[in-house]
Design a protein around this ligand. Structure first.
Ligand code: SF4
Length: 886
């Protein structure tokens, strides 16, 4: 590990999304600076807004610093003994099926490997599942059905080489921003390249699209089945390839017959016949085609079939295993792929072996010398939490994830954990919705402290390297699991003292009795020494004697991992989502990511410039739906489903289809009150993959009409218990609280003083007739808080007020206009919501510059304001503002 004072550059990997960008970190004199690693083949120096802000997430604020047992600080020895004895006692009384691990795509491969080995080889249960279940398990199952292995055939370069890129259910621009940047650059260099976006929403990704098919939610399999028929009708199949390398065509074609004519497909998909014909024509004629698919496909009650419907059209045209061609599932998390390699999913074993193959189970048992090998799959995530609720699982260890926010029917998940006999959570963050349910908290190492490997969406294994010492008493996840395994009596099988040892064992298992039948093989790396492990360069698996330097793309020879060596087209009976809308719940709720937040905001929520892009939970809907449900832009709405309710700010947008609404997935109880969107989602899953249908929840929307609305800006975060609605975000030197309440306090001054703990220095303005109240707390000349209340959302803008927290003593000119929210002449103007996170440029600033300086292009805005010239993530938004201003 590098010393904190060493000026050396440490090459590591971004911990956020499945793109797996390389990051070059310099640590000197206690300060960390970072940039994209120009040598890393995933990003060649690029980073998105989240990756570029990583250095701002490294402080200790919010970190879990030491073990906590039953709410009290404990030593590692006490905590580890409690975990080991707790699990052992429950296993002794109720058997191995009464315990479970719920792990995460945030874990490194070495962490994952050890956890999986302990549960499946020594505890003797398959009950280890991962939050990747929620992300891409449908793609895993689709790959296995089609290719005989969970293998992504393409590499990132293929997307750049393609003449047609179809993006299905993927907001690439926000969810995989650097891949989007690479695609945008390729299209700029070759304008003839066509990009088609298939998505019910008009997302930022459409900025570079030649065509946007705003398909009806969940109709994707109808679209691709229809395309299969079209390819056959138009004689656009590669018959020779199908005959030589594919089986199952006739059955797949037959199954696709039910809805196959263009008018019928257009009707089911809710698109115009002409645009559908155009898409089919484009696909049929374009040899070099990549179809990228993501959570919009996977998070479905028929996600596996949807994945196979996509793969079918690539197999029918022979567009796989060649440059610029192939179906491409992009993973959500940094190490979702690594988890798949080691068997982190409950229905997998290890190193791409499977419970369905007895010889594979025996092989893993022999390799591990496992004392209690699991022989049947464990419970997948949704079933696992149901079993916890039913008290069949009595002890669960949750590692690096936040299921109380991210699981469907999230309120029931919280209830289940609160009632569970033993809940252990290892995490680097102390306060999350899930750690609040834990009996034992174990402090895990965070990014910058961890050492191991991750695998990105193109099968590329990269090192995540430590560049700073561990915070407090934090320990690596592999170490924590190893210690528990030793205390449970399995010391001989868990001798690990460093991650390189684990990696070598993992590599050896991948090559063990592997005659090429298993796609995942990194056997050539099983004897690397510690120095070689430290210096490991990014490499794509397989890495074996045939491919010692790794493998860029798979299936170049048309040989697949099925017993007969042929790929399988799957008969897909296209279906619409499991639960349809009805009179009671007439809108379809879709969920997804924001550009600048990651998962449950535990890290990105610490960065003011990332928070400034979107500082409240919102529900985006079409104007006609807003009218229908009597909602106002900027007002508050209550969304309800059969499972739960939430509150969010209404955002009217023509980018939504009528009948559909969109809510970001990130908000949780640590940052908002009543804004966990997955509390609304039903625990309905794909029958094969077990992946929940998070993209399609029937909901009802109604106006939430509080008695008052307001905001508080304060140096410290404050609790506002009477506010029925509250969203908090951290700004530069202050906290922003957007609030609303149902009961008007008897005395606002008392309320403010209670909330702020402000004993003196309060200045106030009251207009009782208009229901307005404003106050500011000033102590020793310094602004501590401002408090604005109104009967509705018509409130002053916040930016100038927020800028006053940068003053050690408030300027008298600013003080004069404070409660009127009126800046003095020449003061920083209200800049609006941040659009460019790299250079903190607000929406209003851009609009004003466009108007005043007659700017007419993204480049002109960049030259004038620098906006859009950093990571590039905001370019689609700048173009949207330009369009709106013209
Ligand atoms: Fe990190 Fe993904 Fe952004 Fe790359 S694209 S910097 S991996 S969040």
């Amino acid at each position: 590990m590098q010393s904190i004072d060493a000026p050396d550059v440490v090459r590591t990997t971004c911990p956020y999304c499945g793109v797996g960008c390389g990051v070059a970190v310099s640590v000197g004199a206690g300060a960390v600076t970072l940039s994209g690693d120009r040598a890393h083949p995933a990003n060649f120096g690029r980073l998105c807004s989240k990756g570029a802000a990583l250095a701002e997430t490294l402080d200790n604020e919010g970190r879990l610093l030491y073990p906590i047992v039953d709410g009290k600080r404990a030593s590692w020895d006490v905590a580890l003994d409690r975990v080991a004895s707790g699990f052992k006692d429950i296993i002794a009384q109720h058997g191995p099926g009464a315990v479970a691990f719920y792990v995460s795509g945030q874990l490194l491969t070495e962490d994952y490997y050890v956890a999986n080995k302990l549960m499946k080889g020594f505890i003797g249960s398959g009950n280890i599942d991962t939050n990747s279940r929620l992300c891409m398990s449908s793609a895993v199952a689709a790959h296995k059905r089609a290719f005989g292995a969970d293998a992504v055939p393409v590499c990132y370069e293929d997307v750049e080489l393609a003449d047609l890129v179809v993006l299905v259910g993927s907001n690439y621009a926000w969810a995989h921003p650097v891949l989007y940047q690479r695609l945008a650059a390729a299209k700029k260099a070759r304008p003839g390249m066509q990009v088609v976006v298939v998505d019910p929403r008009r997302t930022a990704t459409c900025d570079i699209a030649d065509m946007h098919l705003a398909i009806a939610p969940g109709a994707d399999a109808f679209l691709f089945n229809g395309l299969l028929h079209h390819l056959r009708r138009e004689d656009a199949m590669d018959i020779a390839y199908v005959e030589a390398h594919v089986e199952g065509f006739a059955a797949a074609f037959e199954a696709a017959k039910t809805v196959s004519s263009i008018p019928k497909v257009a009707q089911v998909c809710g698109v115009e016949e002409s645009e559908l014909s155009e898409f089919f024509r484009l696909f049929a004629k374009t040899e070099r085609t990549v179809t990228v698919f993501s959570q919009g496909i996977n998070q479905s009650s028929s996600g596996v079939d949807k994945g196979n419907a996509i793969i079918n059209v690539h197999l029918a045209t022979g567009r796989i295993g060649k440059p610029g061609m192939g179906p491409f599932s992009v993973t959500g998390q940094p190490n979702a792929m690594g988890g798949r390699e080691v068997g982190g999913l409950a229905n997998q074993l290890a190193a791409h072996m499977d419970f369905s193959d007895v010889s594979g189970v025996d092989r893993v048992q022999r390799f591990w010398n496992a004392s209690n090998m699991a022989r049947v799959p464990g419970l997948k995530a949704v079933d696992m939490f149901r079993a916890i609720a039913d008290k069949k699982i009595k002890a669960v260890w949750i590692m690096g994830t936040n299921p109380v926010v991210s699981m469907p029917d999230a309120d029931r998940v919280r209830e289940a954990l609160m009632a569970c006999e033993l809940v252990v959570v290892s995490d680097c963050v102390q306060h999350t919705d899930t750690t609040a349910c834990a009996d034992i908290l174990l402090p895990a190492a965070g990014w910058g402290e961890k050492d191991g490997t991750v695998t990105n969406s193109e099968r590329r294994i990269s090192r995540q390297r430590a560049f700073m010492p561990m915070t407090g008493e934090a320990k690596p996840d592999w170490w924590i699991v190893t210690q528990v395994a030793q205390r449970m009596g399995f010391a001989g099988a868990f001798p690990y003292t460093q991650p390189a040892q684990i990696f070598r064992e993992h590599a050896r298992l991948s090559g063990y009795e592997n005659d090429g039948a298993r796609a995942f093989d990194i056997g050539a790396m099983c004897e690397i020494d510690d120095a070689q492990y430290d210096a490991l360069q990014p490499i794509q698996w397989p890495v074996n004697s045939q491919a010692p330097d790794g493998t860029r793309r798979l299936y170049t020879d048309g040989k697949f991992h099925t017993p007969g060596g042929k790929a399988r087209m799957v008969a897909v009976a296209a279906q619409l989502p499991a639960i349809a809308t009805d009179v009671e719940f007439p809108l379809v709720l879709n969920t997804g990511r924001l550009r600048d937040q990651w998962h449950t905001m535990t890290r990105t929520g610490k960065v003011p410039r990332l928070n400034a892009h979107s500082y409240e939970p919102y529900v985006q809907m079409h104007g006609r739906d807003a009218q229908r449900f009597q909602l106002q832009d900027g007002g508050l709405a209550r969304l309800s489903s059969r499972n739960g309710t939430m509150l969010a700010r209404v955002q009217i947008s023509e980018e939504q289809r009528t009948g559909s609404v969109f809510v970001p997935m990130h908000w949780n109880d640590m940052f908002a009150r009543s804004a966990r969107v997955d509390a609304l989602a039903a625990a309905i899953t794909d029958p094969i993959s077990g992946q929940p249908e998070l993209k399609h929840t029937p909901v009802f929307a109604e106006a939430y009409r509080p008695a008052w609305q307001g905001f508080v800006l304060s140096r410290e975060r404050i609790a506002l218990p009477e506010a029925g609605y509250c969203a908090c975000t951290q700004g530069a030197g202050y906290w922003r609280h957007e609030i609303a309440g149902e009961a008007v306090p008897e005395n606002w001054r008392d309320w403010v003083q209670d909330a702020l703990g402000c004993s003196g220095g309060l200045i106030e303005y009251r207009d009782a007739a208009m229901g307005r109240y404003r106050a500011a707390c000033i102590q020793d000349g310094r602004l501590e808080a401002v408090f604005f209340i109104a009967p509705d959302q018509r409130l002053p803008e916040r930016e100038w007020l927020a800028s006053l927290f940068g003053q050690a003593v408030i300027d008298p000119a600013d003080l004069a206009g404070l409660l009127a929210a009126r800046p003095p002449k020449g003061a920083v103007a209200n800049t609006g919501r941040t659009v460019c996170a790299c250079f903190s440029v607000g929406e209003k600033t851009i609009m004003n510059a466009i108007q005043e300086q007659k700017l007419d292009s993204v480049e002109a805005v960049g030259a004038c304001l620098k906006a859009g010239t950093g990571c590039g993530s905001c370019v689609p938004e700048i173009r949207r503002i330009l369009k709106g201003s013209s």
